[in-house]
Design a protein around this ligand. Structure first.
Ligand code: SF4
Length: 445
């Protein structure tokens, strides 16, 4: 039997959060938001059904796939306790109520099945999540403090900044974990490396040292590193860290492109994963239920959420791949990068967020019809400068100024923020024409 809800309310945190969680429903313009943090993005078919039912029964049926491989239910009405109980009954809660916020551990959506991986990250992730959820001291971390474990998979989001990232590499015939602080494997050199078997100890040492050194108002690693050098930070970890030039010169190979859409052959012979994007990050209950049905019938009864705001259905026999792809397409999911909507990201917009100056999601749908080049570079429509919808800067950002009008920024690695301001106050038609005119190579990720 589940514990009563009252017994599962989190304690007061040293770094309180305004972000939604499973047990903390935050009000927005369109109702309450509940964020369901998934272990490595994994969801069973039964859990997908439970989320769909909860969204219909207690909210307006709006479900979001987030850019960290989690789910959100929006538009929740007054029966919040009922919604939470339903999600807990489906096994979607943390082991300890106070551990909900700190379940921020990102893996590749092809963890354990990717042909290029150096190791299966899932057992280490499971061990880390258990420690995070059940160690009271770690609950003093902020709800945004995030860790990435990268097993070297070909399909991985490597650009999202994390407070701590670990990335597998091969050194002298052994597997190691390179790591860095307040950055990402795609752009940053490692600070050091530890043998793979030391991965759990390294993460714990980093989290505890952060809590030892950070003041309560310092919620993220980058804030602490403004006062404490990375070298001083790792010198106090109490672990033997390899920091030689071989490690420091190592760089994670990044596979560009849209491999998260369509068929992705697995390590396991004869099996593939099939990926699809949720249009502008939105899933309907029927999409989730339909995907659950597909994995029950043709997969292994599980699915994964991706950091590209979509789904990945693993362990599909090669001869069933086309049936799964067409099933996902019929549900309204996007399986091909040829569809312009797969390259557009939009925040909630004025329909659900009081801060937004434009209806970004509706505008993105209009923009998708105006882009004539088939697959333009990725474009992010943001209702205000907070840029909630992207964890890293997009090649092109349209920042709302008023309904239907946007400033266009193009990413520039040499500049902080959104990049270079290229045009002001564009209509959607003007923005579409300008984006179309840009060469793909200039804008592509
Ligand atoms: S980016 Fe701004 S407008 Fe868009 S959802 Fe976030 S806070 Fe709201």
């Amino acid at each position: 039997m589940n514990e009563p809800l009252s017994a599962r309310q989190p304690q007061v945190s040293l770094r309180p959060s305004a972000c939604p969680g499973l047990l903390r429903i935050v009000q927005a313009k369109d109702g309450g938001i509940c964020r369901i943090k998934l272990a490595g993005g994994a969801l069973t078919a039964d859990q997908a059904d439970a989320v769909a039912t909860a969204a219909e029964r207690f909210a307006g049926g709006e479900i979001e796939a987030t850019n960290r491989g989690n789910l959100q239910i929006r538009g929740i009405g007054s029966e919040q306790a009922g919604l939470i109980e339903q999600l807990l009954a489906a096994g979607l809660g943390p082991r300890d109520a106070a551990g909900d916020d700190v379940r921020n551990l990102m893996l590749s959506p092809t963890a354990g099945v990717d042909p290029q991986m150096l190791f299966d990250t899932r057992p280490l992730a499971e061990q880390l999540l258990k420690t995070l959820e059940t160690t009271p001291r770690l609950h003093q971390l902020s709800a945004k403090f995030a860790v990435q474990v990268d097993g070297g998979e070909g399909l991985a989001m490597l650009e999202h900044p994390h407070d701590l990232w670990l990335s597998a590499l091969q050194l002298d015939g052994e597997r190691w974990l390179a790591f860095g602080l307040a950055g990402c494997p795609a752009h940053d050199a490692p600070l050091g490396a530890v043998p793979l078997a030391q991965g759990h100890a390294l993460v714990l040492a980093v989290l505890n040292r952060f809590l030892d050194l950070a003041r309560p108002e310092q919620t993220r690693m980058r804030q602490l590193l403004a006062e404490c050098s990375p070298e001083d930070f790792i010198a106090g970890l109490g672990l033997s860290i390899r920091c030689d030039s071989t490690v420091q010169q190592w760089r994670r190979q990044v596979t560009a492109g849209s491999g998260y859409l369509g068929t992705y052959p697995q390590l396991q012979p004869g099996l593939s994963a099939v990926g699809a994007a949720a249009p502008l990050g939105r899933l309907t209950p029927s999409m989730l239920r339909g995907a659950a049905r597909l994995v029950r019938e043709l997969g292994d009864g599980s699915l994964r959420l991706t950091p590209w705001q979509g789904l990945l259905l693993p362990n599909i026999a090669r001869h069933d791949v086309s049936a799964v792809s067409s099933g996902l397409t019929q549900l309204g999911l996007l399986c091909s990068a040829d569809e312009a909507l797969t390259r557009l990201v939009a925040c909630t917009g004025s329909a659900g967020c009081a801060k937004s100056l434009a209806e970004t999601k509706g505008d993105a749908r209009v923009l998708a019809t105006l882009l004539t080049c088939g697959a333009p570079a990725s474009v992010h429509l943001s209702g205000c400068p907070r840029s909630c919808a992207m964890a890293h800067v997009a090649p092109a950002t349209l920042l709302a100024q008023s309904p239907g009008h946007y400033d266009l920024y193009l990413r520039d690695a040499a500049r902080p923020g959104l990049g270079n301001l290229r045009a002001r106050n564009l209509t959607l038609k003007e923005a579409g024409a300008l984006l179309d005119a840009r060469s793909r190579s200039t804008l592509d990720d």
